[in-house]
Design a protein around this ligand. Structure first.
Ligand SMILES: Cc1cc2nc3c(=O)[nH]c(=O)nc-3n(C[C@H](O)[C@H](O)[C@H](O)COP(=O)(O)O)c2cc1C
Length: 371
């Protein structure tokens, strides 16, 4: 029996069109660095560089120089990623919750990012911050129709501009910080992709807004991708699977933690920034959940709202994420999606994208990007 190949939607984000509607989500600190983002872009997806805390890895990083250091490293990594991308589409992920958010957004534009993807808060001022860079596409991340509506209304009223795409990331399954007020809301089925994606697609259609919706969270294989397209999404964003690729910028020990993780090892925790997060139950997380306080001096004011800095509670998120990136199992916070237990080996980005596209008709365009 011959099975009919399924059509891939065309994902056009502002002036940028990757060959495939597959987005590698931004993952900080340095989990999606220039190597991963550049390779995904070169292989025909959208590669996303995570901009958070890049200066932490430099000598002498401190409260006075942190924003400048972060910006310098971001500029350097964007150049490296663009060189590796060979004309493919490169996005930069900028989190609203960061103290140096505005500086990271400006640096991304100046250094040649094609797209800015922005979440962990509502990016209400993003059009203003990117003024003067009309070719840079702007993509908010939301977890509900309500959040999308607020952003669209605000941008229209103040800037006469619409988002060039919207990522719907469900807190039910996604890795990293989650768009929910607490752990209870993070698992609320009302915020599932099945509910939010069709509702947003309908809302955009009813209001004659031609904005592509990108579904994120818990997407594992081509069948999940088909389901997301059937809901009306024009693209899909994956994090966990790309973190565990050969080209992923994290240490081998970070990737091994994904291979070793079992379903019951995935937990939800309250992060110092006030959002819930999904992570592996590493020794550091176990200590935190058992109420053991690890007092460390706050080196830099990285988050606008940080319970660790303000109340000396929780833990230092910058240290915990950098420890994970380096592969320090005892002290690291290993963010992951709910599907992490399905990771059994480290694949090449090219093979992963190939696997994700199984059963789909591959478009005939040669270049990854036709911007
Ligand atoms: C290790 C890790 C770090 C992440 N860091 C960020 C980040 O810095 N900014 C952000 O917007 N999303 C972040 N995310 C979310 C991803 O970009 C992506 O949307 C999400 O992981 C999709 O869910 P999946 O992992 O089930 O595919 C992170 C996810 C992981 C697994």
């Amino acid at each position: 029996m011959i099975t009919k190949e399924k059509e891939l939607p065309i994902l056009r984000v502002g002036k940028h069109q990757p060959k495939y509607p597959i987005v590698q989500g931004g993952m900080g600190v340095m989990i999606s660095g220039p190597r991963l983002a550049g390779t995904v872009a070169a292989e025909g997806g959208i590669g996303t560089l995570a901009s958070v805390g890049l200066g932490v890895l430099t000598e002498g990083y401190n409260a006075k120089n942190f924003a400048q250091r972060n910006s310098e490293m971001l500029r350097k990594y964007i150049k490296q990623a663009k060189d590796a991308a060979m004309g493919g589409v490169l996005a930069v992920n900028c989190m609203c919750a960061l103290c140096d958010y505005e500086s990271l957004v400006r640096t991304s534009c100046e250094a040649g990012a094609d797209i800015i993807v922005s979440g962990a808060g509502l990016p209400l001022k993003l059009p203003e911050l990117t003024d003067g860079f009309p070719d840079v596409a702007l993509v908010p991340i939301v977890s509900s129709l309500k959040a999308a509506n607020i952003i669209i209304s605000r941008w229209k009223k103040h800037y006469d501009r619409f988002p060039d795409g919207i990522v719907v990331e469900t807190p039910n399954t996604a890795g990293g910080h989650l768009g929910a007020r607490d752990i209870e809301q993070a698992i609320d089925p009302a915020l599932s992709l099945e509910v939010v994606v069709p509702a947003l697609v309908d809302y955009l259609k009813e209001n004659e807004m031609d904005i592509p919706v990108i579904a994120a969270g818990g997407i594992w294989d081509s069948s999940d991708i088909s389901d997301a397209f059937a809901m009306g999404a024009k693209g899909v964003q994956l994090g966990t699977r790309f973190a565990a690729t050969e080209e992923g910028d994290a240490s081998d020990r970070f990737k091994q933690s994904y291979i070793d993780a079992k379903e019951e090892d995935v937990v939800l925790i309250n992060s110092p920034c006030g959002l819930p997060g999904r992570a592996i139950n590493s020794p550091m997380v176990k200590r935190y959940l058992a109420g053991i306080q690890e007092r460390m001096p706050c080196r830099t004011p990285c988050l606008t709202h940080c319970i660790c800095r303000i109340k000396h509670e929780t833990f230092c998120i910058a240290d915990a994420l950098v420890s994970a990136y380096r592969g320090d199992w005892e002290n690291g916070l290993f963010f992951c999606g709910s599907n992490v237990s399905k990771v059994t080996s480290i694949m090449k980005v090219k093979d992963l994208i190939h696997e994700l596209l199984e059963g789909f008709k591959i478009p005939e365009i040669g270049l990854p990007s036709v911007s």
